[in-house]
Design a binder for this molecule. Sequence first.
Ligand code: MTE
Ligand code: LUZ
Ligand code: MOS
Length: 751
Amino acid sequence: MINIDAKNHVTGKSIYLDDIQEIKGTLFALPFDLPNAHANIQVINLAEAREMPGIHAILTHEDIPGQNQIGNIFPDEPLFAEKEVHYCGQPAGLILGENEFFCRQARKKISFVYDPLPVITCPREAQSKNMLISPSRTLTLGNTNDAWKSCEHIIEGTVDVNGQEHIYLETQGAYSYPKEDGSIYVASSTQAPTAVQRAISVVLDLPMHKIEVDVVRLGGGFGGKEDQATSWAVMTALAAKHTGKPVKLTLHRMDDMRMTGKRHPYSSDFKIGLTNDLKILAYEVTHYQNAGASADLSPAILERTLFHSTNAYFIPNVVITAHSCKTNLPPNTAFRGFGGPQGQFVIESAIVKAAETIGVSPDEIQKRNLVKDGDEFPYGQVMKNTEAMNSWNAAEKLFDLQEVKQRIKLFNENHNRFKKGFAVQPICFGISFTNTMMNNARALVHIYRDGSVVVSTGAVEMGQGVNTKLLQVASDEFGISPARVRIESANTLRIANTSPTAASSGADLNGKALKIACTNLKERLTKVAASILESEEVLFANDRISNAAGKKEITWEELVMNAFQKRVSLSEHSHYATPLINFDKTKEKGHPFAYHVYGTAVLEVTLDCLKGTYHFESVKIMHDFGKSMNISVDHGQVEGGLVQGIGWLTLEEVIYDEKGKLLSNALSNYKIPDIYSVPDEIVIEHLDSPGSDFAINKSKAVGEPPLMYGLGAYFAIRMAVKAFNPESELAFDAPYTPEKVLMDLYRNRTL
Ligand code: MTE
Ligand code: LUZ
Ligand code: MOS
């Protein structure tokens, strides 16, 4: 089944926030901010801006009826700055005008009097000054102190990995209007409708039942709208309440880039110990997470870094420590992988450095240490399958790793200007919110008397195809054609208390809830059908219901009408909570994940050693889809995740100056992958895998894991650099931009 949005997306008919028909009298909103990253505010001069043509009002924290607070995990983030600003781009207020142009003109007339304060952008400096977002955490397994003594090789190093801008095609935005009775309607481009509803209730001092948040779809979220869609929606709601008019806000791309947080940069120190036969006995790592100026989701992201710090490997003795460091950058936030990729990049770097020191190929160490059935992860969960090894072995065989290694060796011996590199990249990603409480969802299904079906869940469609999968769940369950089913928007009046669509679990959680609703409805319909068809057993298929003998049948419409006439309920609301999972933070042990997703990629790159530019010839992936319920949607996720991962580690460079000002502030100076930089060939193979009972229809979650195949891009390029300049001392400092590659190629060496 093709993605149900495909046709409307390519013909431009899909409705995004900015496409909503504006109601007469709509005002446009534009946030304003100070030019400094850290300062005490003395005065904000608004008088001149207020007199500008087309301006209706300018709101600040003084206009907030409830609390000036939008923090999610901790209440540490004001909607509008009051006495202090903590990062460049922190909103200080909102301009409301007849159109965006008037607002922009007015924004130029706002001036500030402020005292600058010291700016910290480096997480290690913040940690040394005890500026932490949350208490630091440590996971341990075994005993590293004892284990070092048995290691023949001990290697230490430092790893830096930079942030990443989300570049969702649709920038942040929201549209709110007042309803009767002081209640309010909010259309929001958010992954977390309930988080928006809750924040509005706090800021406007309204009960949650007066706030309706509706999400039709997003033009991409990638985690950037898990928490950071909230402030813009709250601003429009506040403005609608204040003016009594509909208010719309769509951030300009450059405002979006400047004002919103990104993937967290990390700086980490590692120490890894191996035996002569390449068994990793011990690993110690300390992560410094650059959280930015407030908590946002940083503590949760830190937790996933802790959990994924050994990636797909079993290491018997481990100490993992992580600090969430408070700096004067925009609060960094969720981004596909949610801290996992940063942890995984460090262990991969440690393995590569160990391999270079010992004089073996990194894949020999990787393969030797893959997690096996019965192995314990540092967070206490025991692995109950062999998928990590299976995916490696299948990739090695099908993609002929020996041939790749041989061919690249030969090429590098015979070429000087061009060098090739490869990397094998195994992945292991836990599925579930690490916060057990969040793993629940609900669904609401109505069957109308004409046989058409409407489904509501809390799942937000952001391009990942969750609506297509939900449609499949309902139509499969009822045995009716997909055309009879409609997936409605995520709306807080229909589905309450939702978790964000995130953690790759949107289809699993909402799909499972939906399946329960459909099963319950089907049970009632089966009774009706059984009496009409005079048979205990009835079969739902092809829009028909037949008896066991297959002799008598009725249509779906006839059955529905019959049930309606017999006063059988044709509506169902259901709840699902992932069983089994748990985590005890006081012990730092538990079973946080319903299951894991595995896979292995083989990446090949060619480096132009004159220019420092590189090109990926092929990426071949053996991926654990379980029993994929939609191969084309799932392949789209693997391709998109891979390319986004490669972009993060190669081209995309977020740059702040020492004053905390974003220099990479537009698509002209922040380079994302395009059609020319994607690999020439992407091969996606399905691992023979049983799937998981916790995955919807055994079709494993696929949203985030493939991003981590992109980690291999860094190491493939590094290998090619080493082939050209074996003497070069190379740091682990991602992204590996062509500029950095060029410097490494010619350090202590000429052409
Ligand atoms: N795919 C598209 N096209 N657009 C997106 O914004 N977000 C990713 C992933 N794939 C995203 C995407 C992220 S960060 C997550 S957590 C999952 O989709 C969320 O959707 P799911 O839980 O339904 O997989
Ligand atoms: N969000 C969250 C996430 O709140 N908890 C998680 O564990 C998570 N994991 C991935 C992406 N978003
Ligand atoms: Mo995805 S980072 O869980 O939104």
